[in-house]
Design a protein around this ligand. Sequence first.
Ligand code: PLP
Length: 455
Amino acid sequence: MSVATATASTAHTDATPAVCAPLPVLGRDVTVPLVTGGEVGYAALDYAASAPALQRVWDDVAAYAPYYGSVHRGAGYLSQLSTDLFENARRTVGEFLGCRDTDQVVFTRSTTDSLNLLAHALPAGCQVFVFETEHHAALLPWQGAEVTCLDAPRSPRQAVETLERALADRDSHGPALVCVTGASNVTGELWPVRELAAAAHAHGARIVLDAAQLAPHHPVSVRDLDVDWVAFSGHKLYAPFGSGVLAGRADWLRAAEPYLAGGGASRTVTRRADGGVDVEWHETAARHEAGSPNVIGAYAIASACKALTEAGLDTLAARERHLIGTVTAGLAEVPGARVLSLFGEDAPRVGVISFVIEGWNSSHFAAALSAEYGIGVRDGLFCAHPLVRTLLGADADSPGDCGAQEAAPHAIRVSFGAGTPDEHVERFVNAVRELVREGAKWRYRTENGRCVPAV
Ligand code: PLP
């Protein structure tokens, strides 16, 4: 299923039972202390920040670890094995992303790193178009180029129209790049990637998809979506070993100076008679992977890609819709709760839901969920300050005093995925209800701008 069909099939609340069991992840048996006494199983509901490692990924990494060796630089058996593993990981990721034969898959540290690499590779005079709704990782790397920041659209159609207008208005016919998210890290809403790609191409621009929040939840195909590049992070894809990916067209990457200069990126280096140094750089992905590659990180991502493919991303997405239905239906019954949305409450989304509760400071609420219920969510502006400010319609600079009965200028985000048991989201919904009905049982104070239990 592509993003477009996911859009159609998630447009309603799915009240049917979960269609498969959660995938085993690390940490599922961890218990945490409650301020009110006793311990409870930790409900990790902050997948959008970092998802727990899949057990399968952990097992694969553990099985490989004794064979660990250098990549691309050793004659020994283990070096050769590790080099093979690294290059196979590249192929697996390329298949997972439905890459074209001519595409390059570059291993980076994260989505942020991937998008900064692409920013580094922009051709001279390139214009960049981004919506104000982007995560800072997609909003900020283009500062060296001419950037047009587009207003937050209120529907997928408006997103496409806004982009089309901006591209049609551009006064140059030079290179242009559109950077767009597949699923928002604030609202979880799916963006019309295929349509935006078509609009970009129709106006001679290229497009990079920030799939940091999309790839863990939905199939992503570079070919089907017709995007030029895609970026994502291992730690959000159940493979938290410090790697990310930039995959896509080779030409801009090949034409750019290496992202980092050093061994691995260079094919030959010679000393000139005048004392200088001449370098011939690789033209493959290695050009932008100088230094010793993170083979464990790359292997872990490939392992996650295989595990998700075998489990069936469509099946996992159907299960996630069930969890989304539980959370949205639960929040709809809580007095004063408002789910943040750009495209409307029925808009299809991944398991990322931000909300505010009238009369509650969001940091206070999130602290109480953690301290009194063992539930880990996130509060704040989620590295998407312009978007959250737009959605809250408020000056969101100050989180306000802990416990103050005032409008919440920050939001609370609950997020989940392939490893989340039903019990975690059910406990979350019950905890929200109870907190709003009865208030916090503990006292909290503000420390460094955050609410913490006053003990
Ligand atoms: N893009 C989106 C949509 C994100 O949600 C995030 C992180 O939350 C990023 C980019 C940046 O990812 P990373 O911190 O792994 O570089």
